[in-house]
Write a protein that binds this ligand. Structure first.
Ligand SMILES: Nc1ncnc2c1ncn2[C@@H]1O[C@H](COP(=O)(O)OP(=O)(O)OP(=O)(O)O)[C@@H](O)[C@H]1O
Length: 450
């Protein structure tokens, strides 16, 4: 059998030494210092594994590397990136697109060697080419994931979910409370090759700090008082699947070290044990706060942030996509109607207007809660703003003669369009050239009932 070999392409990175001393004996190592030389060498030679060391790079470098790795995608590439490179979007795209695994510099030598060996085993199985995204997944189709909304920001979110789902690197989801971060994490899992394996969620803010270590990493019998038998932690329970860590900013600093180690080594050690266990789990983390600020205050490890933040996703607030309120409200209305015995027809136009005017600090969760409440409280056939616990500000204001004429014309046009379309709001809105949400708002403004 030919000896195992690694081509090291070292670009502008001073911290990383030749990995020779960590490699198992018998590996051949060739090092080049630029992409052109790498191309020349790869034209006439094959290597078991590629190792790309990236320091500070320009967009042109990124392009050249992209071409190189695209051209030699049959080789599994392991990356080592400086913190500076990790901050660069182009470099992050390289990770997603091409890397089998990646490390941050300063690199832990033995860990890097383990990565190279894993890559070699992977290449041996002939799977390196299959690292690429499957084209069928790139269409923005989320299968049956119920992420409701048709606003441009939600469509973009769906596209991002599909893109990141197939890539085996951590994801960090940002978003206000109740905006749908866990839903997004679940959608990523369901669209990934891990879909058939467990999705395990933990809220780092909800579990007492003293218990998180055992909860995440598990424990051995006798590790502490009350540990009567061995217990798997959540990471182990998610084997083959996804671990969702909500409110990652609340994770204590000591545990951040352990999590970082797990992300780099893919092994865990149960509390009370000294044996590392291999675990294959993808981590998706979420936070409502800007972790950069926590880093600045010394409450969050910078290296962990970079490790988690390779694929950042931002979930929009509900107030930034008010055009989705109509769809969301009716979706939940239908769902809860099915659960409830009493018949309610719909939201009244004043209720639609009130929902449109509200700022939704609690986002979709608040919308759900208000609709639930309204469906219990409502005494008529139509839900009112009062049922929702909302206030409907009138749009009547002081008007001049021209304003009055416009107002009357608008009111007439809405009446005509509704009458001409048998009171069907969708068709009436289309005729008027406005969205359904705008029609509801205008109906509220003119006191036209739905
Ligand atoms: N676009 C959406 N379509 C349908 N349901 C949604 C949408 N966004 C959020 N939800 C629902 O809103 C509720 C809150 O969402 P979720 O728990 O995912 O929010 P979160 O951002 O993780 O909240 P927190 O930060 O408080 O944990 C859930 O019931 C979720 O199913």
């Amino acid at each position: 059998m030919p000896p195992k070999s690694v081509l090291v392409v070292s670009l502008e990175i001073a911290e990383v030494e030749m990995p020779t001393e960590w490699l198992p004996s018998g590996w051949k190592v060739l090092r080049v210092m630029d992409v052109c030389s790498a191309r020349e060498v790869l034209t006439d030679n094959t290597f078991t594994v590629g190792l790309l060391l990236l320091g500070s790079v320009t967009p042109r470098d990124v392009e050249a590397i992209d071409d190189l790795l695209e051209w030699r995608q049959s080789i599994p590439w392991v990356g080592v990136l400086s913190p500076l490179a990790l901050r660069d979007e182009g470099c992050r795209r390289l990770i997603v697109k091409h890397f089998f695994e990646f490390h941050m510099s300063p690199v832990d030598g033995p860990l890097l060697a383990q990565s190279l060996e894993r890559a070699e085993r992977y290449a041996e199985k002939g799977e390196a080419g299959s690292l690429k995204n499957s084209p069928s997944k790139c269409a923005g189709d989320l299968g049956d994931m119920s992420i409701i909304g048709d606003s441009p920001v939600i469509r973009e979110l769906r596209r991002q979910i599909v893109k990141v789902a197939t890539v085996n690197v951590p994801v960090l989801i940002w978003g206000e409370s109740g905006s749908g971060k866990e839903l997004v994490a679940h959608a990523i899992h369901k669209n990934s090759p891990r879909a058939e394996k467990p999705f395990v969620a933990m809220n780092c803010g909800a579990v007492p700090a003293s218990l998180i270590q055992a909860e995440l990493f598990g424990y051995e019998r006798g590790a502490f008082t009350g540990a009567l038998k061995d217990k798997k932690g959540l990471i182990e329970s998610a084997e083959g699947g996804t671990l969702f860590l909500d409110e990652i900013g609340d994770l204590a600093l000591e545990l951040q070290v352990n999590l970082l180690r797990f992300l780099q080594e893919r092994t865990i050690v149960r509390v009370g044990s000294s044996h590392p266990l291999d675990v294959d789990v993808r981590v998706i983390a979420a936070s409502h706060m800007q972790l950069e600020e926590a880093v600045r205050l010394g409450r969050f490890r910078e290296d962990l942030l970079y490790r988690l933040n390779v694929l950042p996703i931002t979930v929009p607030t509900l107030r930034d996509r008010k055009e989705d309120i109509d769809l969301l409200a009716h979706y939940f209305f239908k769902r809860f109607s099915a659960e409830k015995g009493r018949r309610l027809d719909d939201f009244g136009s004043r209720a639609m207007l009130a929902m449109y005017q509200h700022d939704w600090p609690g986002n979709v969760r608040e919308l759900i809660n208000r609709i639930r409440r309204a469906m219990v409280m409502s005494e008529g056939h139509l839900i009112t703003p009062e049922d929702l616990g909302l206030h409907c500000a009138s749009e009547f204001g002081p008007r001049d003669a021209l304003g009055d004429a416009r107002f009357r014309a608008e009111c007439e046009a809405i009446h005509d369009s509704l009458a001409g379309n048998g009171n069907n709001k969708t068709r009436a809105a289309r005729d008027l050239g406005v969205s359904r949400m705008t029609l509801y708002r205008l109906m509220g403004k003119h006191g036209i009932s739905a």
